[in-house]
Design a protein around this ligand. Structure first.
Ligand code: FEO
Length: 170
């Protein structure tokens, strides 16, 4: 059984993950509008990953006999000045999510909720990858610049990304 405090914090994280999906969909729409279909694809897959994160917590709350309470999802930004800005925001957002996950681990530990602490370890590891992916792409965009043939090839490369649910999932 989940303690109320932990249940509320997990519900808040479901909202944060759904907001992340919303944010990356907004970035997908921005890239679609600029006919950068590879970048758009990368963001669409990223949004799917975020929904996967949200649903993983959603299922866990139920498994622990808690109640999921859905709340309003904040509207994300709709426009950016250039590609670099999009990936600066992506990287900053992932760093923020890492902070949220760390706070959740702290809370679960303080409440002696070992099952939640163990469950959250998956997210701790996932955030290492999320930050690394965002940081790498920001570096690549900084290297190739916001236009030209190098950008065209990076866009092509990002077209290859596909969604695969992580294997280590229940
Ligand atoms: Fe669910 Fe991108 O962290």
């Amino acid at each position: 059984m989940l303690k109320k405090k932990v249940e509320e914090a997990l519900n808040a994280q479901i909202n944060a993950e759904m907001y992340s999906a919303y944010l990356y969909l907004a970035m997908n729409a921005y890239f679609e509008s600029r006919t950068l279909s590879g970048f758009a694809n990368w963001m669409k897959i990223q949004a799917q990953e975020e929904m996967f994160h949200a649903m993983k917590i959603y299922d866990f709350v139920h498994e622990r006999n808690g109640q999921v309470v859905l709340s309003s999802i904040e509207a994300p930004n709709a426009n950016w000045n250039n590609i670099t800005e999009v990936f600066e925001d992506t990287y900053a957002h992932e760093q923020k999510v890492t902070g949220l996950i760390n706070d959740l681990v702290d809370l679960a530990t303080a409440e002696k909720d070992h099952a939640t602490t163990a469950f959250l370890q998956w997210f701790v590891d996932e955030q290492v990858e999320e930050e690394a992916n965002a940081s790498k792409l920001l570096d690549e965009v900084n290297m190739v610049g916001n236009e030209g043939s190098a950008l065209f090839f990076l866009d092509r490369e990002l077209q290859q990304r596909v969604f695969t649910a992580p294997a280590d999932n229940k």
